[in-house]
Design a protein around this ligand. Structure first.
Ligand code: FAD
Length: 319
């Protein structure tokens, strides 16, 4: 058995979700007495050899400008060629936007079983069974992969990044690529300083904030905590905030270490996107708001009074 890990980056910086995928893939390799290799597509600004500290032994780097931006067909072709040439039988992705675009295509191309949204290491005692989230994080399923090549897309924030020390061997990789069928026209930077998917802490606002003009208190708290920004669906639907911040059943699914919900009622469709957060703090003036049932900590109070005080207290602590 050998393990290949897809290492994703944004503007040349390796994503945190990929470091989790590396740690996860390395652990699978260790448990099965085999090697873990990585693949990086496009130009990066980081020292790839340094990724060896997470235990990956070898990194295949295709520093081709055609791969700088996500192109699903090219990425799938490049990963498939490498997987076949090194005989990888387990391929690990993060189940982030890129992983969700590529893993299913690769699965079809390699005729490999895929489990997306994995939350634990595979059980290899009897076959190869992977635990994953189902029903928007309300339940788990154990899925057995029976194909020779197995693909796992790991849920972001489901596996701890582990540093084991060492340096990775970086080798140039030149996949055979056909002419791209897509052309990148332009890119728009998402709002918020911290990308939502990468954020350890997320501060989120709902309709209780009354209007976009009041988002300053949410942004100030997010800034104090170095947090990403999110919102409920009606907020994005009303164009108070951009849709990329909308979390829930029909928006993004996140799993930060800390999720602070301000003026959000806690409808089941909202919870579907945030209930995997490690700690949930709810600020709502209605003590009967359903969100309090899902909260680890709750503050019953007016957001316009509570949030500025919280921000001031955090800034004071930071000195
Ligand atoms: P409200 O329900 O209006 O709640 C506002 C809250 O703010 C209340 O609890 C109120 O007590 C509190 N509040 C008011 N003033 C203050 C104050 N001054 N200080 C503190 N608290 C205050 N929703 C999502 O979020 N994400 C989804 O992905 C999503 N998908 C959906 C899919 C479907 C098919 C459907 C039918 C609905 C979906 N919804 C989704 C909508 C969801 O059902 C709720 O309507 C929505 O989450 C409510 O948003 P909210 O909590 O911001 O607003």
């Amino acid at each position: 058995m050998s393990v290949l890990i897809f290492i994703d980056h944004a503007e040349g910086q390796i994503k945190k979700a990929s470091l989790e995928a590396i740690s996860y893939g390395v652990k699978i390799a260790q448990q099965n007495g085999t090697t873990a290799e990585g693949i990086v597509l496009g130009n990066v600004t980081e020292d790839l050899a340094a990724l060896g500290k997470y235990g990956v032994q070898k990194i295949h780097h295709a520093a081709d400008a055609a791969l700088d931006h996500l192109d699903a067909q090219q990425y799938t072709a490049a990963i498939a060629q490498l997987a076949q040439s090194i005989n990888a039988d387990v391929i690990v992705f993060s189940n982030n936007t890129t992983g969700k675009a590529i893993a299913p295509r690769l699965s079809a191309k390699l005729k490999a079983g895929l489990v997306s949204g994995a939350v634990a290491l595979p059980d290899t005692a009897n076959g190869f069974t992977v635990k994953k989230n189902v029903f928007s994080g309300k339940a788990f399923a154990n899925i057995s992969i029976t194909t020779a090549v197995k693909i796992i897309a790991l849920s972001p924030n489901a596996y701890k990044i582990e540093e084991t020390g060492g340096s990775a061997e970086v080798v140039a990789y030149a996949p055979t690529l056909s002419a791209s069928k897509v052309k990148l026209v332009s890119t728009t930077k998402a709002s918020g300083e911290i990308p939502l998917a990468e954020a350890e802490i997320v501060v989120s606002g709902g309709r209780g904030l009354k209007g976009p003009e009041n988002w300053g208190i949410v942004e100030d708290l997010a800034k104090a905590l170095h947090a990403g920004l999110a919102c409920s669906r009606p907020v994005a639907d009303a164009h108070w905030r951009p849709h990329n911040e909308h979390v829930g059943q029909t928006g993004g699914a996140i799993a930060p270490n800390l999720y602070i919900a301000i003026g959000i009622s806690g409808a089941i469709q909202h919870l579907a996107g945030v209930n995997r957060s490690k700690v949930i703090v709810v600020i709502n003036k209605d003590a009967e708001a359903p969100f309090f049932k899902a909260a680890d900590y709750g503050i019953v109070g007016d957001a316009f009074e509570v949030v500025p005080k919280l921000t001031a207290a955090i800034n004071k602590l930071k000195g």
